[in-house]
Design a protein around this ligand. Sequence first.
Ligand SMILES: C[S@@+](CC[C@H](N)C(=O)[O-])C[C@H]1O[C@@H](n2cnc3c(N)ncnc32)[C@H](O)[C@@H]1O
Length: 227
Amino acid sequence: MAFTLEKVVPWGRSFNEYLAMFALAKKELRKRFLGCCDGPASFNCMMKHRGGHVVSVDPIYRFSADEIRNRMDETYEEIMEQTRKNKNEFVWRHISSVKELGKVRMAAMNNFLSDYVAGLKEGRYVDASLPTLPFKAREFDIALCSHFLFLYSEHLSEDFHIQSIEELCRVASEVRIFPLLELGAKKSRHLETVVDRLEKGGFVVDIKKVPYEFQKGGNEMLRVRLQ
Ligand SMILES: C[S@@+](CC[C@H](N)C(=O)[O-])C[C@H]1O[C@@H](n2cnc3c(N)ncnc32)[C@H](O)[C@@H]1O
């Protein structure tokens, strides 16, 4: 099925949220990162400013900066309204209100947009989609995947999860995925079987608590490595 902009609701997390979601230690920031499904998040842009190395991959990068900005403007109010309605599904600790959430997300997405054209030229934003990635084996030290795998468990099959995680493990020495919840703040229906199948396939898998919780109960990441 074609990937069209009408299907995308751009919503990007900030650099500090990435640090917390993936429990990234300062010394790890020197590593080569793949930001998978990064969308309009600001991790790549902020790491570039710090001299770090991140390549982000997402099908949204086939669209221009103007197209992404227009889509952000079209969908912003709807996301805010949905968040107000479902306010009880979230923990308002790191971010204290829906209004602040809007500010944090817009600041992150504006940072992304300010870096996007240069990043495309430098090959830091790559238009590609799981479960197949256009990278060489072990091109990265750590692959991060925020708010895509497990979150959309209702729409993405268990096999899609396995293929995607195996592909991420091919291109990176370690894979970190956050959160392990699906929409509605429920534990992903695929989590247990996916962990079991990965372990049987020779991967080392662990679940680690992280210093971040926005969706209630969403404070764990999955780490996967080939043995
Ligand atoms: C909810 S957003 C998360 C953005 C970012 N990771 C963050 O946490 O702020 C999910 C992203 O997954 C991207 N996406 C959708 N299908 C994909 C696929 N098959 N492979 C990689 N990314 C995909 C979407 O374009 C979107 O940008």
